[in-house]
Design a protein around this ligand. Structure first.
Ligand code: HEM
Length: 139
C-alpha cells in the first residue's frame, strides 16, 4: 500500500476544505427553490449555520494553500517559472473574489445585490478550483 504521509494529509485538507467551501455553496443554491417554497423562514438560519463551517474551511484553504506552495519549493527563486506564477496570480484573484463575494453577499440587504455578490463568490470559487487543479499539472 502507498503511504499516507504529511504531504497526503496536507493536500487532503486543501481538497476537503475546497469541497466544503465550493460544494456547500452549490448545495445551498440547489436547495434555495425548495426552501423558498416550503420554509422561507429557514433560509437565513440555514445560511448562518453553513457559514460556521464555510469560513473555517476558507481559512483552512488559505493556510494549506500557502503550505502547498512552501513545500513544493515554488516560493524559492525561479520556482514560479513556466507560467506557474501567472496561473497562481489568476487563482489568487479568484480566491479574493470568492471570499469578498461571499462576505458582501452576507451583508447585502437588497435581493438583487445579494444575488450579484453570491454569484461573484460562487464563480470565483469555481474558477479557483479550476486554476487550483491546473497548478497540480505544471507540465
Ligand atoms: C477558494 C479557495 C481555493 C480553492 C477552491 C482551491 C482549490 C484547489 C484545488 C481543487 C486544487 C487541486 C488539488 C489537487 O487535486 O492536486 C488546489 C491545488 C493547489 N492550491 Fe488551492 N484552492 C484555494 C486556495 C488556495 C490558496 C489561497 C493557495 C495559495 C496561497 C492555494 C495554493 C494551491 C497550490 C500550490 C496547489 C497545488 C498543490 C500541488 O500541486 O500539490 N490554493 N487548490
Amino acid at each position: 500500500m502507498l503511504t499516507i504521509d504529511v504531504d497526503v494529509i496536507r493536500l487532503t485538507l486543501h481538497i476537503l476544505a475546497a469541497t466544503i467551501w465550493v460544494g456547500g455553496q452549490i448545495v445551498l443554491v440547489a436547495l434555495m427553490g425548495t426552501l423558498r417554497r416550503a420554509a422561507p423562514q429557514a433560509i437565513a438560519p440555514a445560511a448562518r449555520a453553513y457559514a460556521w463551517v464555510a469560513w473555517p474551511a476558507f481559512a483552512l484553504l488559505v493556510l494549506t494553500g500557502f503550505w502547498n506552495l512552501q513545500v513544493s519549493g515554488r516560493m524559492s527563486p525561479g520556482g514560479m517559472d513556466g507560467g506557474y506564477g501567472t496561473t497562481l496570480i489568476v487563482k489568487m484573484v479568484l480566491v479574493v473574489l470568492s471570499g469578498l463575494g461571499a462576505a458582501l453577499h452576507t451583508f447585502a440587504k437588497k435581493p438583487a445585490l445579494k444575488g450579484f455578490w453570491g454569484t461573484v463568490g460562487l464563480v470565483g470559487a469555481l474558477g479557483a478550483t479550476l486554476f487550483g487543479v491546473s497548478l497540480s499539472f505544471p507540465g
